[in-house]
Design a protein around this ligand. Structure first.
Ligand code: GLP
Length: 259
């Protein structure tokens, strides 16, 4: 199931994304939930790609409020920090457990996060990609976008054909994420992240962004050059993309279909 990323203009290169704009982050979360719920209603054993960060939290809250059975749904987190102690509240295993698995009622055995333990990170990364393939691939991949254009933790310069691997966090990312830690020094320096090609293999990409600080990253993702220097730009080549924004994040887009 290894799928590559098509060249610009190649057969299968992306068509225009669907763009939904909510009045605020909560409204956007409900719009994004509609996308996920229609997938899960059509396939109660759907496979979701799970993002962390603040962007998807209103989506997860809206899903938790929906009267839908998630017990057969599987989830694969995008990434995990290296070097945090087990149970650290900012480890993505914990974030996914408390924000997604428990509130939505997912079966913990079906929820996967890259394994940061031990020293064989390349082995764990390869196992993670294999597990996604064995599950049949991801139906809907939820994505945020970093201020520097990262998706997952694919920092600028990440190869479009990259798979799950160890990545050194950009200093900008460590600064952005310092708000989740007691001191900036506590932000890990490395992580395991799904690669760009891993993410691109999902059948539907659902990118969520809120706030004025995301307006420029969203504009570059949708309308800037498609370049490894701005990893989120790869969405322009994907055949099925939904972008859900609040009004502040949509201000630099010329054309949006507000709902
Ligand atoms: C984080 C995560 C990404 C997330 C992004 C944006 O560090 N690794 O998956 O999408 O950065 O975060 P936020 O949604 O908090 O702006």
């Amino acid at each position: 199931m290894t799928r590559g990323v098509p060249e610009a203009g190649a057969a299968g290169a992306g068509r225009s994304p669907r763009i939904l704009v909510g009045a605020d982050a909560q409204h956007a979360g409900r719009l994004a939930a509609g996308v996920v719920l229609s997938t899960v209603r059509a396939n109660p054993a759907a496979v979701l790609g799970l993002a962390t960060g603040s962007s998807p939290l209103p989506l997860y809250a809206a899903l938790a409020d929906a009267a839908v059975d998630f017990s057969r749904v599987s989830g694969f987190a995008l990434d995990e920090y290296l070097g945090l102690p087990d149970g650290h509240p900012q480890s993505y295993a914990e974030v996914i457990r408390t924000a997604v698995t428990e509130p939505l009622g997912l079966d913990p055995r079906r929820v996967h996060v890259p394994d940061p333990h031990g020293t064989d990170h390349a082995g764990h990364a390869a196992e993670y990609d294999a597990a996604i393939d064995a599950a049949g691939g991801v139906d809907v991949q939820i994505l945020g976008v970093g201020s520097n254009g990262h998706i997952g933790f694919n920092e600028p310069g990440s190869a479009f054909d990259s798979r799950t691997r160890v990545v050194a966090l950009a200093e900008r990312t460590r600064q952005d994420n310092a708000r989740f830690f007691d001191t900036p020094d506590q932000v890990p320096r490395e992580c395991l992240t799904q690669g760009i090609a891993t993410i691109f293999g999902a059948r539907h990409l659902l990118l969520i962004a809120h706030g004025a600080q995301k307006a420029e990253p969203v504009r570059r993702a949708l309308h800037g050059p498609v370049t490894e220097d701005f990893p989120a730009s790869i969405i322009q080549r994907h055949p099925r993309v939904t972008v859900v924004l609040d009004e502040a994040a949509a201000t630099l887009l010329g054309r949006t279909s507000a709902e």
